[in-house]
Write a protein that binds this ligand. Structure first.
Ligand code: ADP
Length: 221
């Protein structure tokens, strides 16, 4: 099923995570309906998000009145109360919202959310922690890991690929890593090609599986 790119999004919970998500969706010109039980938060965000409503999302009738069943996408951004998070997710499943993203604070919380019917479970603390580990290790300057074990990373190039064409370096055959782009100081980003030569002060963007990228990032630089 292909979902419309501009489908309005229902965001439940305007804590740090939900507010960031709703605010960013708003910047992306997405229509958002944000629900929180806390009136102060609802008022605080009312001028930054298309619609904000005070309601208890644990109550399915309240959700129905708001029209939650008409949304194609919902984000459950409640973490501090696992009971509320699970009940709200179950309500959205009962209302047949087809795409439910839910934030989990622990592995078991995530397992319950998936069992109840969340389509996507997000672990913000775990993901941020792993990301920071990669950055702190000094091997990568930036790091994004997608669901399906596909990684994009920014790093200084290992010695063996410097000064020769990428094809010649054998980076792809030896390390199963693809150099996607190159950034030389003071110059714009450019896409890497077979004959692109990476020099000493360049930064590279590479893609591959997590383990391949980690192995590649550990090479002598
Ligand atoms: P964060 O860690 O991202 O700040 P919290 O779990 O602390 O997230 O915040 C969750 C938000 O969800 C709070 O603003 C809280 O008022 C709201 N919330 C919690 N339970 C409900 C509920 N049953 N209905 C609506 N909003 C809720």
């Amino acid at each position: 099923e292909v979902l419309r790119g501009d489908a309005p999004v229902l965001v439940i919970g305007l804590g740090r995570f939900g507010a960031a998500c709703a605010g960013e969706l708003d910047r992306l010109d997405r229509e958002v309906l944000a629900i929180d039980g806390n009136l102060e938060l609802v008022q605080k965000w009312s001028d930054r998000v298309t619609h904000t409503v005070q309601a208890d999302a644990k109550n399915i009738d309240a959700l129905r009145q708001i029209g939650a069943q008409d949304f194609q996408v919902a984000v459950v951004a409640v973490g501090s109360s696992i009971e509320a998070s699970v009940l709200i997710t179950a309500n959205l499943v009962d209302l047949k919202v087809p795409q439910i993203w839910a934030k989990a604070v622990s592995q078991s919380h995530g397992k319950i959310l998936a069992r109840v019917g969340a389509n996507h479970v997000i672990y913000p603390e775990r993901e941020a922690g792993e990301r920071v580990a990669h950055l702190v290790s000094g091997r990568m300057l930036d790091f994004i890991r997608f669901d399906d074990d596909f990684v994009l990373a920014k790093m200084y190039p290992p010695k063996f690929i410097r000064g020769i064409g990428l094809n010649e370096s054998g980076v792809r055959t030896k390390y199963r890593v693809t150099v996607v782009g190159v950034k030389s100081p003071g110059k714009p980003f450019r896409y890497a090609e077979a004959n692109t030569i990476v020099t000493n002060h360049d930064l590279i963007i590479v893609s591959g599986t997590n383990s391949d990228i980690e192995r590649f990032a550990a090479l002598d630089r």
